[in-house]
Design a protein around this ligand. Structure first.
Ligand SMILES: [Zn+2]
Length: 590
């Protein structure tokens, strides 16, 4: 819905004429810089003089890890950062500061829609809240923008993404095509969310600066993978980190690099307890050497470059949420403990809390020693317990049945690999004998057979065909063949998220396997150990394809079908601690 809206808005805007370089130059010429009546203001003074939207003062007192970035006038500054560090707010102001010095700069995000959001929610409200900026804004040409909130005088020039402030040009652009990059000569580029920019377009940005004496580049983003995106750029810099000093033992250390040894719990008598042994106690940062409690916000620290010899080329800053007025040690400890059993969440923890790229952890996350096993032989353990089945389809039909067992854990209750001309009939027979509630069947590559199975089983046994979707797709539920009057339910789910959820459920012991010595268990273990994590060309985590992992995939589908059938999941099984997939599908869809 919002996407549609943005798309329409974008089409409308694109249909208007965008300024060509000639027009721009003409517009810029009209500016006559006022002679500076006061000595030149430092960037830090300037950006703190610009009030927040609504008029509240903006100051970096609670963000003093940002002041060095604000004052840095190196040509290239790379900021590899955790989430919510206030860098966007800072960079918007630095762009104003450059404009005041007469420099034109562009701010890039990955799409025009995102850029529009940024301009409307972060840039224009700041301009509207500051008389200095309003006065410095050149009037827009004849625009009929009277229905907009911001008075037309200081809204648009030729395009919503272009403003003229202090006579300099400010561009806000979504970086979607070569044309976006080629349009304008610039003095500075600000590239936000570098991870999401197309690498070849990001590289082309630098060419816009050739004519300028300033040639500023500011790149900032949360990282994803090692050596990709912002991390690739950060690696080429002098790599500045916050180096803290422990007042008790004088040890010097970086929080993010000594994590998790810099976090622990305090017992009631205030003696420290290592992470992992604490329950109910309050979390605190600790000196990684003497283990005395340590408060980063009150501690002495300084920026230290790992490679000072590169400082003439590019300055790099690492920003972490471990140094934060908003995120408490308790919160960090909670997120960290949750992430221990989920590769998905561990990656998010690294990226958004530590601000570090994630090396991928184990490329083979499943090891038999890490899993839980029940003591029951296969086939229904408790005839009255709800059971769900997953089927991976190929020349062999791979079947896994799970059953709700003790402690709300799923017990694997059947493992079968069916072959031969009667395999579909055999499969139907087994599912009927086991009286499963629902079955999830991989739609590909024999969709018609999968649909026939579901129709043969209905209405006593429900189910859906399941499609693996790409990782940027959203889960969805629907129907197929509704037009023929005999619909079959359909689930679409992102492949990596689905496999991650199974790995999480196994590692957190939300799923118990049959006794380890059984032949069937060995087969399932073998297939689960073929869940191999790799990176695609964009640096995204995913599981390798084409491995012998069919029984694992069958377990994926069984867990998915169980989860989408909310009637049979005890509410206690849905806490994030013991059941990992968010229940994003509508309940009772089947
Ligand atoms: Zn110490």
């Amino acid at each position: 819905m919002i996407d549609r809206l943005l798309e329409t808005l974008q089409t409308k805007l694109n249909s208007r004429r965008v300024a060509d370089p000639d027009t721009l130059r003409r517009l810029t010429k009209r500016y006559t810089p006022k002679p500076a009546s006061t000595p030149q203001q430092s960037p830090l003074d300037y950006i703190q003089r610009i009030a927040l939207p609504g008029g509240k003062p903006y100051n970096l007192a609670q963000h003093n890890d940002l002041t060095a970035i604000a004052e840095d006038d190196a040509r290239i500054v790379i900021v590899r950062k955790a989430a919510q560090k206030g860098v966007t707010e800072l960079m918007i102001r630095l762009q104003f500061y450059l404009a005041r010095r007469g420099y034109s700069a562009a701010y890039f995000l990955r799409s025009r829609a995102y850029m529009r959001l940024l301009v409307q929610s972060r840039v224009e409200p700041v301009i509207a809240a500051n008389k200095e900026l309003l006065d410095a804004l050149m009037p827009a040409d004849d625009e009929e923008e009277s229905d907009r909130k911001v008075p037309r005088k200081y809204r648009l020039a030729d395009n919503v993404t272009l403003k003229r402030l202090y006579g300099a040009t400010l561009l806000y652009m979504g970086l979607q095509s070569e044309a976006d990059v080629r349009s304008f000569p610039l003095d500075a580029v600000f590239a936000d969310e570098v991870e999401t920019l197309k690498p070849e377009l990001a590289d082309a940005l630098q060419e816009r600066l050739y004519h300028s004496a300033l040639k500023w580049e500011r790149w900032f983003s949360q990282p994803t993978a090692v050596g990709y995106g912002i991390d690739e750029r950060f690696q080429l810099t002098d790599q500045r980190h916050q180096l803290f000093t422990c007042d008790s033992c004088r040890a010097e250390f970086m929080l993010e690099e000594s994590f998790p040894h810099c976090l622990g719990y305090l017992k009631d008598d205030d003696s420290p307890l290592p992470l992992g042994e604490g329950s109910g106690a309050r979390a605190t940062y600790l000196c990684p050497r003497c283990h005395k409690p340590f408060n980063p916000l009150a501690a002495r620290w300084r920026w230290v470059a790992k490679y000072p010899s590169r400082s003439s080329d590019a300055h790099g800053y690492h920003l972490t949420q471990l140094y934060s007025h908003t995120m408490t040690p308790d919160e960090v400890a909670r997120l960290y403990r949750l992430s221990l059993t989920s590769p998905n969440r561990m990656e998010r923890f690294y990226n958004s809390v530590l601000g570090l790229p994630y090396a991928g952890g184990d490329t083979q996350p499943i090891h038999p020693d890490k899993l839980a096993y029940h003591n029951y032989p296969l086939v229904p353990i408790n005839p009255d317990a709800p059971r769900y089945a997953g089927v991976d389809v190929g020349d062999t039909l791979s079947l896994v049945v799970i059953e709700m067992g003790d402690g709300n854990a799923w017990y694997v209750a059947a493992i079968e690999e069916l072959q031969g001309p009667n395999k579909w009939d055999d499969l139907r027979q087994i599912l009927q004998n086991l009286r499963v509630q629902s079955v999830g069947v991989n739609a590909m590559p024999y969709k018609d057979s999968a649909k026939k199975l579901l129709r043969d089983l209905a209405p006593r046994i429900g189910g859906a065909i399941i499609y693996d979707a790409s990782d940027d797709a959203k889960p969805s539920a629907g129907q197929e063949d509704a037009e023929f009057g005999d619909p079959v339910p359909r689930l679409v789910y992102p492949r990596t998220e689905l496999m991650d959820a199974t790995v999480s459920a196994l590692l957190s012991h939300a799923v118990h396997l049959p006794p380890r010595h059984m032949r069937e268990t060995e087969r399932l273990l073998k297939h689960l150990q073929n869940y191999i994590v790799e990176r695609d060309a964009q640096g995204n985590r995913r599981y390798a394809r084409g491995r012998e992992d069919h029984l694992g995939r069958a377990l994926d589908y069984a867990l998915l079908i169980a989860r989408s059938d909310a009637r049979y999941i005890p509410p206690t099984a849905l806490t994030p601690d013991n059941f990992y997939l968010p229940l994003r599908l509508e309940p009772r869809i089947l």
